[in-house]
Design a protein around this ligand. Structure first.
Ligand SMILES: Cc1cc2nc3c(=O)[nH]c(=O)nc-3n(C[C@H](O)[C@H](O)[C@H](O)COP(=O)(O)OP(=O)(O)OC[C@H]3O[C@@H](n4cnc5c(N)ncnc54)[C@H](O)[C@@H]3O)c2cc1C
Length: 326
């Protein structure tokens, strides 16, 4: 079967791999520049260095046995490594070490290695934003932003954040309504490099009662080269309240919030940029799994239908592939 998959994040790529392994012909279309979606690494050429930052997903865990087996294969292929960093959490009382037995995995040499690996051998077309999907007698037709059309697909999987799925679901109003019930909040990310190490005794911290929700010494992840690069994520509530603030105000404000977590003074920033993830996470993820219309040969998936994490994206994509072919 010819299967069109809209979105080449972890969900779409996983669906495509399942379909290809079962002898089908998946085609992935993604509006971005590279596969991987929110599992992404930004590379920036500064005056002296090539800096890199995992500005989206920070790490992932594997609880489901099927996903754990896939992660083990990624590890054997050298795509991921455990991140045995020093994790802390800040609340209004101060800092505490996080002593849990959780294995936190990261892509190496950056999170984007995961999307690159999953895309291997697949037909992935980037820079291709789908604006409309229509079901006709001869199958599904996709219209792209530039007006081009692609037709003759037997099945379609829509693997994008829920709010971005809604306008693609004219042919299936019940599925559109299901996706519309899952709002997603933004996340402001600050990418900062310093001219000297930040004087803290943690590599990453979960933060409460602050405009920030998470800070991480990106350069201390495995195979990064120990650069003094940090990624700061604003909390869901701050990001929502400041969704439309200008980027040049957000960066310095969140850097000051980071300074509040650091004893002494922050070293000099030699690079500061920001990225706004418009749809970072579902406010209340659905727990239903993919939305499926078997008569139409359509499934809608993504992390939001199982729980806001890379593992959820993977499982939702695998289930969507089963649903459209089963
Ligand atoms: C700031 C941040 C921090 C996070 N931290 C973690 C973490 O530490 N651990 C963890 O497990 N998870 C984390 N996540 C969540 C994780 O990134 C997601 O769960 C996962 O990447 C979602 O994958 P997906 O395939 O469902 O969606 P996405 O990765 O969003 O992929 C969807 C793809 O669809 C494309 N697309 C959208 N609309 C269209 C269209 N109309 N036409 C064509 N293409 C389209 C997009 O370009 C994108 O590539 C984080 C996310 C963010 C943003």
């Amino acid at each position: 079967m010819r299967v069109l998959i809209v979105g080449a994040g972890v969900a779409g790529l996983t669906a495509a791999r399942r379909l290809a392994a079962a002898g089908h012909a998946p085609l992935l279309l993604d509006k971005g520049r590279a596969p991987g979606g929110r599992v992404s690494t930004r590379r920036i050429l500064s005056a002296s260095d090539l800096l890199q930052f995992d500005h989206g997903a920070q790490y992932f865990t594997a609880r489901d046995p099927g996903f754990a087996a896939a992660v083990s294969a990624w590890s054997d292929a050298g795509v991921v490594r455990p991140w045995a960093g020093r994790f802390a959490s800040f609340d209004s009382e101060g800092r505490e070490a996080v002593n849990d037995a959780v294995t936190r995995w990261v892509g190496v040499p950056g999170m984007s290695a995961i999307g690159r690996h999953l895309a291997g051998g697949l037909d992935v077309r980037t820079g291709a934003r789908v604006t409309r999907l229509a079901r006709e007698d001869a199958g599904w037709t996709a219209t792209l932003e530039d007006g081009a059309t692609m037709d003759g697909f037997d099945r379609v999987i829509v693997a994008v954040p829920a709010p971005q799925a809604v306008p693609l679901l004219d042919a299936a109003p019940a599925l559109a309504a299901g996706a519309a019930r899952v709002p997603m909040h933004p996340c402001w990310a600050v990418l900062v490099a310093f001219d000297a190490p930040v004087p803290v005794r943690f590599d990453a911290a979960f933060v409460l009662h602050s405009p920030l929700g998470w800070v991480a010494h990106d350069g201390m992840k495995p195979k990064r080269g120990r650069a003094d690069t940090w990624v700061l994520h604003a909390s869901a509530s701050w990001s929502t309240a400041h969704r439309d603030d200008p980027a040049d105000a957000v960066g310095p404000f969140l850097l000051n919030a980071f300074a509040d977590l650091v004893p002494g003074t922050l070293p000099l920033p030699i690079h500061l940029s920001v990225h706004r993830w418009r749809y970072a996470a579902a406010e209340l993820p659905a727990v239903t799994g993919p939305l499926v219309d078997r008569t139409l040969g359509l499934a809608v998936c993504g992390d939001w239908c199982l729980g806001n994490r890379i593992e959820a994206a993977y499982l939702s994509g695998a289930r969507a592939a089963e649903a459209v072919t089963g």
